[in-house]
Design a protein. Structure first.
Length: 445
């Protein structure tokens, strides 16, 4: 059993991009083109729950244009969509991205707490700093530097944690006979004064069923890892080498002790794109078909975004050029350039890789080969699970649940039944006590 796998169970999320993760995925005959399609979203959620997945995961973005990834152009606002899906699911975790750079703590804390109540304790917040400078244009703001964005994020998360502890767990007694709606002394108004945010008002709804929503963090840079070690309970990372993934896993887990945390209090779930065929030859033919229909202008936009440099003027069939360090997606740009150097990729090769999995792990093969790779990464201490990135929906996600999940269940790596009703139950995470409860318990001793 790998490090941190206290129960031997692999965690699974589905990273939902309606038009598929491959830039040309929406064009495949087995794909529903995507866009704001609630029927497709309900199908994916039902399929994930049938496969006993932990969570349904939504990214988000602001700035768009014709040449963007198709999944970023027509999409629902994440929390609105998850609120609807909460009524059509019973165990599946509902995870949404919200930016710490272009939001306010009170709004984010209130929205995710509401989703936690609506879903009976299944919400999760993916904390992002909004890496791309073009995001700032939507809000008419100058995009902060990488260092400033993480300083802002650190304050933002702390403010939300204080807001989620505004009320004691037993505050809302609603005693009709005594005329007591909330117990006196049960409100703890945050008094937060930071460099970027000030919060001096309490949240106006009861404490969450989960204590607070599960916190996900997606940054892999040094500041991102530091933030994750302090606050995250799930980390979504991009790794495509087993050795690099093991190193990242060890380095991040080793930082937990300095914050008084155990290794099993943080689940590391790399992104993973399986391209599944009845055998490897069929899977490779599918990947080749997707690449043949690729819009290279869209693919170049996705690559340029990840590298932080406009790549349109470079020779696609030449080597990947030396580039200045990006100030937005530092870890992703470094990962992609390291991969290109290690494997001797041309710029076109790298463009195809990024158009598919954007630097995440990709396996092209049979269901058994996909399961073998997942098992190896899990058992060798490179991952606690995976955030699945199907090249298109619903066909390839259905194939994973119908063909790969039974293999993993047979090997004892994936549950056959949910352990509980909340996302924390199913991830094996404890419900956090209120910071005020701890103070009151100490005072009573």
């Amino acid at each position: 059993m790998g490090a941190g796998h206290s129960d031997g169970q692999m965690r699974l999320g589905v990273f939902v991009q309606a038009a598929g993760h491959h830039v040309a995925g929406w064009r495949h005959p087995d794909a529903i083109p995507g866009g704001p399609d609630i029927a497709l979203m309900r199908h994916i959620a039902a399929t994930a729950e049938r496969g006993k997945f932990d969570m349904f995961f939504l990214a988000d973005n602001f700035a768009t244009g014709y040449a963007e990834h198709p999944s970023s152009i027509g999409k629902f606002e994440p929390l609105t969509l998850l609120s609807v899906l909460s009524a059509h699911t019973t165990h599946l975790g509902l995870a949404a991205t919200a930016s710490t750079t272009y939001s306010e703590p009170y709004h984010v804390a209130r929205a995710f707490a509401s989703l936690d109540h609506l879903s009976g304790g299944r919400s999760a917040w993916n904390v992002v700093t909004s890496s791309y400078p073009k995001n700032g244009k939507v809000f008419g703001r100058e995009h902060p530097s990488h260092a400033d964005r993480y300083a802002i994020a650190d304050e933002f998360v702390e403010a939300c944690l204080q807001l989620w502890d505004s009320w004691d767990d037993d505050a809302f007694v609603m005693d009709k006979e005594r005329g007591t709606f909330v117990r006196p002394g049960s409100l703890h108004v945050p008094d937060f004064h930071g460099q970027y945010f000030t919060v001096t008002g309490g949240l106006n709804l009861p404490r969450c069923p989960q204590g607070h929503p599960v916190i996900i963090q997606a940054g892999s840079s040094a500041p991102g890892q530091a933030l994750a070690a302090r606050t995250a309970e799930v980390v979504f990372t991009a790794q495509n080498s087993l050795d690099d993934a093991r190193d990242f896993y060890r380095r991040l887990k080793s930082q937990l002790a300095q914050h008084g945390r155990r290794e099993d209090e943080l689940k590391i779930m790399p992104g993973f794109m399986p391209i599944i065929g009845r055998d490897e030859a069929e899977a490779r033919a599918l990947f080749a078909e997707l690449n043949r229909t690729l819009d290279m202008k869209q693919a170049n936009t996705v690559l340029s975004d990840r590298l932080g440099t406009d790549m349109s003027g470079f020779d696609l069939d030449g080597p990947v050029p030396d580039l200045p360090e990006s100030d937005h997606l530092k870890s992703r740009a470094r990962l992609l350039l390291d991969t290109a150097r290690r494997e001797g990729l041309t710029l076109r090769d790298l463009c195809y890789r990024v158009a598919a999995a954007r630097g995440h792990l990709m396996v092209v093969g049979s269901a058994g080969q996909v399961a073998d790779t997942m098992e190896q990464w899990f058992r060798e201490g490179a991952a606690d699970g995976f955030n699945l990135m199907p090249p298109f929906f619903p066909g390839q996600f259905d194939a994973f649940v119908d063909q790969v999940v039974p293999i993993l269940q047979e090997r004892g790596l994936v549950r056959r039944a949910y352990e509980g009703t909340t996302l924390r139950d199913n991830l094996g995470l404890a419900r956090p006590a209120s910071r005020h409860a701890a103070v009151m318990d100490s005072a009573a001793e």
